[in-house]
Design a protein around this ligand. Structure first.
Ligand code: NAD
Length: 348
Protein backbone atom coordinates (compact mmCIF):
# COMPACT_ATOMS: atom_id res chain seq x y z
CA UNK A 1 0.00 0.00 0.00
CA UNK A 2 1.28 3.49 -0.79
CA UNK A 3 2.22 5.54 2.30
CA UNK A 4 1.63 9.28 2.56
CA UNK A 5 3.59 12.14 4.04
CA UNK A 6 1.88 15.31 5.30
CA UNK A 7 3.33 18.42 3.67
CA UNK A 8 1.38 21.38 5.04
CA UNK A 9 -2.23 20.52 4.43
CA UNK A 10 -1.38 18.11 1.64
CA UNK A 11 -0.96 14.41 1.97
CA UNK A 12 1.36 13.38 -0.80
CA UNK A 13 2.71 9.96 -1.63
CA UNK A 14 5.96 9.37 0.28
CA UNK A 15 7.88 8.57 -2.86
CA UNK A 16 6.79 11.90 -4.35
CA UNK A 17 7.73 13.75 -1.15
CA UNK A 18 11.22 12.31 -1.37
CA UNK A 19 11.47 13.43 -4.96
CA UNK A 20 10.44 16.95 -3.88
CA UNK A 21 13.07 17.04 -1.16
CA UNK A 22 15.95 15.22 -2.76
CA UNK A 23 15.78 15.52 -6.50
CA UNK A 24 18.96 17.53 -6.95
CA UNK A 25 22.55 16.54 -6.50
CA UNK A 26 23.92 18.52 -3.59
CA UNK A 27 20.89 18.30 -1.35
CA UNK A 28 22.53 19.21 1.93
CA UNK A 29 24.16 22.36 0.65
CA UNK A 30 21.01 23.58 -1.08
CA UNK A 31 18.84 22.66 1.87
CA UNK A 32 20.73 24.83 4.32
CA UNK A 33 20.81 27.95 2.16
CA UNK A 34 17.29 29.33 2.46
CA UNK A 35 15.59 29.74 5.79
CA UNK A 36 12.67 31.99 5.11
CA UNK A 37 8.99 31.12 5.17
CA UNK A 38 6.96 32.96 2.55
CA UNK A 39 3.21 32.92 1.97
CA UNK A 40 1.41 33.97 -1.20
CA UNK A 41 -2.26 34.83 -0.57
CA UNK A 42 -4.27 34.58 -3.78
CA UNK A 43 -1.89 31.92 -5.01
CA UNK A 44 -4.26 30.22 -7.45
CA UNK A 45 -4.78 33.40 -9.47
CA UNK A 46 -3.24 34.87 -12.58
CA UNK A 47 -0.46 36.56 -10.62
CA UNK A 48 -0.36 34.10 -7.74
CA UNK A 49 0.56 31.04 -9.81
CA UNK A 50 3.63 32.41 -11.62
CA UNK A 51 4.61 34.33 -8.48
CA UNK A 52 4.47 31.08 -6.51
CA UNK A 53 6.68 29.46 -9.13
CA UNK A 54 9.21 32.31 -9.00
CA UNK A 55 9.34 32.15 -5.20
CA UNK A 56 9.96 28.39 -5.47
CA UNK A 57 13.04 29.29 -7.55
CA UNK A 58 14.33 31.71 -4.90
CA UNK A 59 17.19 30.12 -2.91
CA UNK A 60 16.41 32.25 0.16
CA UNK A 61 13.05 30.50 0.61
CA UNK A 62 12.81 27.29 2.62
CA UNK A 63 9.02 27.08 3.02
CA UNK A 64 6.50 28.32 0.51
CA UNK A 65 2.85 28.49 1.56
CA UNK A 66 0.29 28.91 -1.21
CA UNK A 67 -3.10 30.12 0.03
CA UNK A 68 -6.33 30.87 -1.85
CA UNK A 69 -10.04 30.36 -1.36
CA UNK A 70 -9.75 27.28 -3.62
CA UNK A 71 -7.43 25.54 -6.05
CA UNK A 72 -4.19 25.74 -4.11
CA UNK A 73 -3.61 22.02 -3.45
CA UNK A 74 -3.26 21.52 -7.21
CA UNK A 75 -1.06 24.57 -7.73
CA UNK A 76 1.13 23.56 -4.77
CA UNK A 77 1.48 19.98 -6.01
CA UNK A 78 2.46 21.22 -9.47
CA UNK A 79 5.03 23.74 -8.21
CA UNK A 80 6.40 21.29 -5.61
CA UNK A 81 7.80 19.12 -8.41
CA UNK A 82 10.28 21.83 -9.40
CA UNK A 83 13.68 20.64 -8.17
CA UNK A 84 14.62 23.56 -5.97
CA UNK A 85 14.91 23.45 -2.22
CA UNK A 86 11.76 25.21 -0.92
CA UNK A 87 9.08 22.94 0.51
CA UNK A 88 5.70 23.85 -0.92
CA UNK A 89 2.30 23.49 0.71
CA UNK A 90 -1.16 24.51 -0.46
CA UNK A 91 -3.89 25.84 1.82
CA UNK A 92 -7.47 26.51 0.74
CA UNK A 93 -10.22 28.43 2.48
CA UNK A 94 -10.44 30.58 5.60
CA UNK A 95 -10.11 27.61 7.94
CA UNK A 96 -6.56 27.06 6.65
CA UNK A 97 -5.37 30.68 6.74
CA UNK A 98 -3.80 30.25 10.16
CA UNK A 99 -1.70 27.28 9.02
CA UNK A 100 -0.65 29.22 5.92
CA UNK A 101 0.47 32.23 7.95
CA UNK A 102 1.98 30.82 11.16
CA UNK A 103 5.72 31.53 11.28
CA UNK A 104 5.86 33.50 8.01
CA UNK A 105 8.65 36.02 7.49
CA UNK A 106 7.10 37.49 4.37
CA UNK A 107 3.49 37.55 3.15
CA UNK A 108 2.72 38.56 -0.43
CA UNK A 109 -0.89 39.46 -1.27
CA UNK A 110 -2.08 39.30 -4.89
CA UNK A 111 -5.61 38.24 -3.80
CA UNK A 112 -8.54 40.05 -5.38
CA UNK A 113 -10.21 40.78 -8.67
CA UNK A 114 -8.30 42.27 -11.61
CA UNK A 115 -9.46 45.06 -13.96
CA UNK A 116 -11.49 44.59 -17.10
CA UNK A 117 -11.36 47.02 -20.05
CA UNK A 118 -12.90 50.37 -19.14
CA UNK A 119 -12.29 49.92 -15.40
CA UNK A 120 -9.90 51.97 -13.31
CA UNK A 121 -8.01 50.46 -10.38
CA UNK A 122 -10.35 52.38 -8.12
CA UNK A 123 -13.32 50.48 -9.57
CA UNK A 124 -11.90 47.38 -7.84
CA UNK A 125 -12.10 49.05 -4.45
CA UNK A 126 -15.38 47.61 -3.20
CA UNK A 127 -14.33 43.98 -3.63
CA UNK A 128 -10.60 44.12 -2.99
CA UNK A 129 -10.80 46.37 0.07
CA UNK A 130 -12.74 43.71 1.94
CA UNK A 131 -10.40 40.91 0.81
CA UNK A 132 -7.29 42.80 1.91
CA UNK A 133 -8.91 43.74 5.21
CA UNK A 134 -9.80 40.15 6.07
CA UNK A 135 -6.38 38.78 5.07
CA UNK A 136 -4.62 41.48 7.12
CA UNK A 137 -6.73 40.56 10.14
CA UNK A 138 -5.28 37.06 9.72
CA UNK A 139 -1.73 38.41 9.44
CA UNK A 140 -2.17 40.53 12.58
CA UNK A 141 -3.27 37.41 14.44
CA UNK A 142 -0.98 34.72 13.07
CA UNK A 143 2.27 36.37 11.89
CA UNK A 144 2.30 39.97 13.18
CA UNK A 145 6.06 40.37 12.61
CA UNK A 146 6.00 39.38 8.94
CA UNK A 147 6.86 41.81 6.18
CA UNK A 148 3.73 42.37 4.07
CA UNK A 149 3.84 43.05 0.33
CA UNK A 150 0.50 44.22 -1.04
CA UNK A 151 -0.15 43.76 -4.74
CA UNK A 152 -3.98 43.86 -4.69
CA UNK A 153 -5.36 47.01 -6.30
CA UNK A 154 -6.04 49.82 -5.78
CA UNK A 155 -2.67 49.78 -3.98
CA UNK A 156 -3.04 53.51 -3.19
CA UNK A 157 -5.96 52.52 -0.91
CA UNK A 158 -5.32 48.89 0.04
CA UNK A 159 -2.03 49.74 1.81
CA UNK A 160 -3.70 52.37 4.06
CA UNK A 161 -6.43 49.78 4.75
CA UNK A 162 -3.80 47.27 5.86
CA UNK A 163 -2.15 49.91 8.07
CA UNK A 164 -5.46 50.67 9.80
CA UNK A 165 -6.19 46.98 10.37
CA UNK A 166 -2.75 46.50 11.92
CA UNK A 167 -3.10 49.68 14.03
CA UNK A 168 -6.41 48.45 15.41
CA UNK A 169 -4.85 45.08 16.22
CA UNK A 170 -1.89 46.81 17.91
CA UNK A 171 0.62 45.19 15.54
CA UNK A 172 1.33 48.02 13.10
CA UNK A 173 4.95 48.61 12.22
CA UNK A 174 5.22 50.98 9.24
CA UNK A 175 8.61 49.50 8.39
CA UNK A 176 6.97 46.18 7.58
CA UNK A 177 4.16 47.22 5.25
CA UNK A 178 4.77 47.78 1.54
CA UNK A 179 2.65 48.46 -1.51
CA UNK A 180 4.31 46.79 -4.48
CA UNK A 181 4.94 49.36 -7.22
CA UNK A 182 7.84 47.46 -8.77
CA UNK A 183 5.89 46.81 -11.97
CA UNK A 184 5.90 50.55 -12.67
CA UNK A 185 9.68 50.54 -12.24
CA UNK A 186 10.07 47.46 -14.44
CA UNK A 187 7.91 49.03 -17.16
CA UNK A 188 9.59 52.44 -17.06
CA UNK A 189 13.05 50.83 -17.31
CA UNK A 190 11.97 48.67 -20.24
CA UNK A 191 10.30 51.52 -22.14
CA UNK A 192 13.33 53.79 -21.57
CA UNK A 193 15.82 51.15 -22.70
CA UNK A 194 13.92 50.47 -25.92
CA UNK A 195 13.29 54.12 -26.76
CA UNK A 196 16.78 55.40 -25.88
CA UNK A 197 18.58 52.28 -27.18
CA UNK A 198 20.50 51.40 -24.01
CA UNK A 199 20.98 47.92 -22.53
CA UNK A 200 17.99 47.36 -20.25
CA UNK A 201 20.17 45.63 -17.64
CA UNK A 202 22.03 48.90 -17.06
CA UNK A 203 18.96 51.07 -16.54
CA UNK A 204 18.36 52.47 -13.07
CA UNK A 205 15.27 54.65 -12.78
CA UNK A 206 13.15 55.53 -9.76
CA UNK A 207 9.36 55.70 -10.06
CA UNK A 208 7.67 57.64 -7.27
CA UNK A 209 4.19 58.64 -6.10
CA UNK A 210 1.51 55.97 -6.11
CA UNK A 211 0.30 53.12 -8.26
CA UNK A 212 -2.53 54.45 -10.44
CA UNK A 213 -2.62 56.72 -13.50
CA UNK A 214 -1.21 60.18 -12.87
CA UNK A 215 0.03 59.19 -9.40
CA UNK A 216 2.76 57.12 -11.13
CA UNK A 217 5.80 59.32 -11.79
CA UNK A 218 8.96 57.97 -13.41
CA UNK A 219 11.81 60.33 -12.54
CA UNK A 220 13.62 60.48 -15.87
CA UNK A 221 15.78 63.38 -14.67
CA UNK A 222 17.56 60.80 -12.44
CA UNK A 223 17.78 57.91 -14.93
CA UNK A 224 21.05 56.06 -15.45
CA UNK A 225 22.63 55.72 -17.97
CA UNK A 226 21.59 59.22 -18.88
CA UNK A 227 20.72 59.96 -22.51
CA UNK A 228 19.54 63.26 -23.86
CA UNK A 229 15.73 63.02 -23.85
CA UNK A 230 13.46 65.46 -25.66
CA UNK A 231 10.46 66.91 -23.83
CA UNK A 232 8.27 64.82 -26.15
CA UNK A 233 10.16 61.63 -25.20
CA UNK A 234 9.81 62.37 -21.49
CA UNK A 235 6.11 63.03 -21.85
CA UNK A 236 5.52 59.94 -24.00
CA UNK A 237 7.44 57.59 -21.72
CA UNK A 238 5.84 59.05 -18.60
CA UNK A 239 2.36 58.55 -20.05
CA UNK A 240 3.16 55.05 -21.29
CA UNK A 241 4.38 54.07 -17.83
CA UNK A 242 1.25 55.54 -16.23
CA UNK A 243 -0.93 53.66 -18.73
CA UNK A 244 1.09 50.43 -18.77
CA UNK A 245 -1.54 48.54 -16.81
CA UNK A 246 -4.33 49.74 -19.09
CA UNK A 247 -2.26 48.73 -22.14
CA UNK A 248 -2.24 45.13 -20.83
CA UNK A 249 -5.91 45.18 -19.76
CA UNK A 250 -6.90 46.25 -23.28
CA UNK A 251 -4.60 43.73 -24.98
CA UNK A 252 -6.06 40.93 -22.85
CA UNK A 253 -9.53 42.12 -23.91
CA UNK A 254 -11.50 41.10 -20.84
CA UNK A 255 -9.24 38.27 -19.71
CA UNK A 256 -7.64 40.18 -16.79
CA UNK A 257 -4.74 42.52 -16.18
CA UNK A 258 -0.96 42.12 -16.00
CA UNK A 259 -0.11 38.77 -14.44
CA UNK A 260 3.24 37.52 -15.78
CA UNK A 261 5.11 40.82 -15.66
CA UNK A 262 3.48 41.47 -12.26
CA UNK A 263 4.61 38.10 -10.96
CA UNK A 264 8.15 38.95 -12.11
CA UNK A 265 7.98 42.37 -10.45
CA UNK A 266 6.46 40.89 -7.28
CA UNK A 267 9.21 38.31 -7.10
CA UNK A 268 11.87 41.01 -7.57
CA UNK A 269 10.48 43.05 -4.70
CA UNK A 270 10.01 39.98 -2.49
CA UNK A 271 13.61 39.01 -3.13
CA UNK A 272 14.75 42.50 -2.10
CA UNK A 273 12.77 42.14 1.15
CA UNK A 274 14.32 38.72 1.81
CA UNK A 275 17.83 40.00 1.10
CA UNK A 276 17.18 42.85 3.53
CA UNK A 277 16.05 40.38 6.19
CA UNK A 278 19.31 38.49 5.64
CA UNK A 279 21.25 41.68 6.33
CA UNK A 280 22.47 42.32 2.78
CA UNK A 281 23.79 45.85 2.31
CA UNK A 282 22.61 48.42 -0.22
CA UNK A 283 19.25 46.84 -1.04
CA UNK A 284 17.19 49.72 -2.41
CA UNK A 285 13.84 49.48 -4.21
CA UNK A 286 10.94 51.84 -4.76
CA UNK A 287 7.86 50.95 -2.71
CA UNK A 288 4.64 52.57 -1.49
CA UNK A 289 5.07 53.02 2.26
CA UNK A 290 4.02 55.28 5.11
CA UNK A 291 6.10 58.32 4.40
CA UNK A 292 6.96 61.91 5.26
CA UNK A 293 8.70 62.55 1.94
CA UNK A 294 5.89 64.77 0.63
CA UNK A 295 4.22 66.83 3.38
CA UNK A 296 0.48 66.10 3.63
CA UNK A 297 0.69 62.72 1.85
CA UNK A 298 0.88 59.93 4.40
CA UNK A 299 1.64 57.08 1.95
CA UNK A 300 4.01 57.58 -0.93
CA UNK A 301 6.29 55.52 -3.10
CA UNK A 302 9.95 56.44 -3.20
CA UNK A 303 13.28 54.66 -2.88
CA UNK A 304 13.42 52.58 0.28
CA UNK A 305 16.48 50.90 1.80
CA UNK A 306 15.56 47.42 2.96
CA UNK A 307 17.13 45.72 5.94
CA UNK A 308 16.56 43.24 8.75
CA UNK A 309 13.58 45.25 10.08
CA UNK A 310 12.02 46.02 6.69
CA UNK A 311 12.11 49.63 5.48
CA UNK A 312 15.20 50.89 7.31
CA UNK A 313 15.31 54.19 5.45
CA UNK A 314 12.85 56.04 3.26
CA UNK A 315 14.85 58.13 0.86
CA UNK A 316 13.90 61.59 -0.32
CA UNK A 317 12.98 62.49 -3.87
CA UNK A 318 16.23 64.25 -4.80
CA UNK A 319 16.17 67.02 -7.38
CA UNK A 320 13.19 66.97 -9.70
CA UNK A 321 12.83 68.65 -13.09
CA UNK A 322 10.12 71.25 -13.63
CA UNK A 323 8.09 68.62 -15.52
CA UNK A 324 8.33 66.25 -12.54
CA UNK A 325 7.53 68.97 -10.00
CA UNK A 326 4.36 69.77 -11.96
CA UNK A 327 3.43 66.08 -12.14
CA UNK A 328 3.98 65.74 -8.39
CA UNK A 329 1.60 68.65 -7.75
CA UNK A 330 -0.95 67.16 -10.15
CA UNK A 331 -1.07 63.78 -8.39
CA UNK A 332 -1.51 65.09 -4.84
CA UNK A 333 -5.30 65.46 -4.77
CA UNK A 334 -5.92 61.96 -6.19
CA UNK A 335 -3.38 60.29 -3.93
CA UNK A 336 -4.67 62.00 -0.79
CA UNK A 337 -8.24 61.03 -1.76
CA UNK A 338 -7.31 57.37 -2.33
CA UNK A 339 -5.50 57.19 1.01
CA UNK A 340 -8.49 58.73 2.80
CA UNK A 341 -10.85 56.29 1.06
CA UNK A 342 -8.80 53.36 2.38
CA UNK A 343 -8.55 54.75 5.90
CA UNK A 344 -12.30 55.52 6.02
CA UNK A 345 -13.14 52.00 4.78
CA UNK A 346 -10.95 50.35 7.39
CA UNK A 347 -12.43 52.45 10.17
CA UNK A 348 -16.06 51.89 9.10
N1 NAD B 1 0.42 46.08 -7.83
C1 NAD B 1 0.41 45.91 -9.15
O1 NAD B 1 1.28 46.43 -9.86
C2 NAD B 1 -0.62 45.02 -9.80
C3 NAD B 1 -0.48 44.63 -11.14
C4 NAD B 1 -1.42 43.81 -11.69
C5 NAD B 1 -2.51 43.37 -10.95
N2 NAD B 1 -2.65 43.78 -9.65
C6 NAD B 1 -3.78 43.36 -8.83
O2 NAD B 1 -3.55 42.06 -8.30
C7 NAD B 1 -4.80 41.45 -7.98
C8 NAD B 1 -4.86 40.03 -8.51
O3 NAD B 1 -4.81 40.00 -9.91
P1 NAD B 1 -4.91 38.60 -10.72
O4 NAD B 1 -4.78 38.95 -12.15
O5 NAD B 1 -3.98 37.60 -10.13
O6 NAD B 1 -6.41 38.19 -10.39
P2 NAD B 1 -7.05 36.72 -10.42
O7 NAD B 1 -8.52 36.88 -10.36
O8 NAD B 1 -6.48 35.93 -11.55
O9 NAD B 1 -6.52 36.07 -9.08
C9 NAD B 1 -6.89 36.55 -7.83
C10 NAD B 1 -6.92 35.39 -6.88
O10 NAD B 1 -7.29 35.89 -5.60
C11 NAD B 1 -8.09 34.90 -4.99
N3 NAD B 1 -8.84 35.43 -3.87
C12 NAD B 1 -9.99 36.15 -3.86
N4 NAD B 1 -10.38 36.38 -2.59
C13 NAD B 1 -9.45 35.81 -1.79
C14 NAD B 1 -9.30 35.71 -0.40
N5 NAD B 1 -10.18 36.26 0.46
N6 NAD B 1 -8.23 35.05 0.07
C15 NAD B 1 -7.32 34.49 -0.76
N7 NAD B 1 -7.42 34.55 -2.09
C16 NAD B 1 -8.47 35.20 -2.60
C17 NAD B 1 -8.97 34.38 -6.12
O11 NAD B 1 -9.55 33.14 -5.79
C18 NAD B 1 -7.97 34.31 -7.26
O12 NAD B 1 -7.36 33.05 -7.34
C19 NAD B 1 -5.86 42.39 -8.55
O13 NAD B 1 -6.34 43.21 -7.53
C20 NAD B 1 -5.08 43.21 -9.55
O14 NAD B 1 -5.69 44.47 -9.80
C21 NAD B 1 -1.71 44.58 -9.08
Amino acid sequence: MMSFLKVGCNFIPKIQAQAVCCSHGNVQQQWTRGKRTVAVLGAAGGIGQPLGLLMKLNPLVSDLRLFDIAGTPGVACDISHVNTQAMVAGYAGDAELEKALKGCHLVIIPAGVPRKPGMTRDDLFNINAGIVKSLCLGIAKHCPKALVNIISNPVNSTVPIAAEVFKKAGTYDPKRLFGVTTLDVVRARTFYAVRMKVPVKEVDLPVVGGHAGITILPVFSQVKPKKQMSAADIDALTKRTQDGGTEVVQAKAGKGSATLSMAYAGALFAEACLKGLEGAKGVVECAYVESKVVPGISFFSSKVRLGPNGAEEIMGLGDLSDYEKKALEAMKKELIGSIKKGVDFAKS
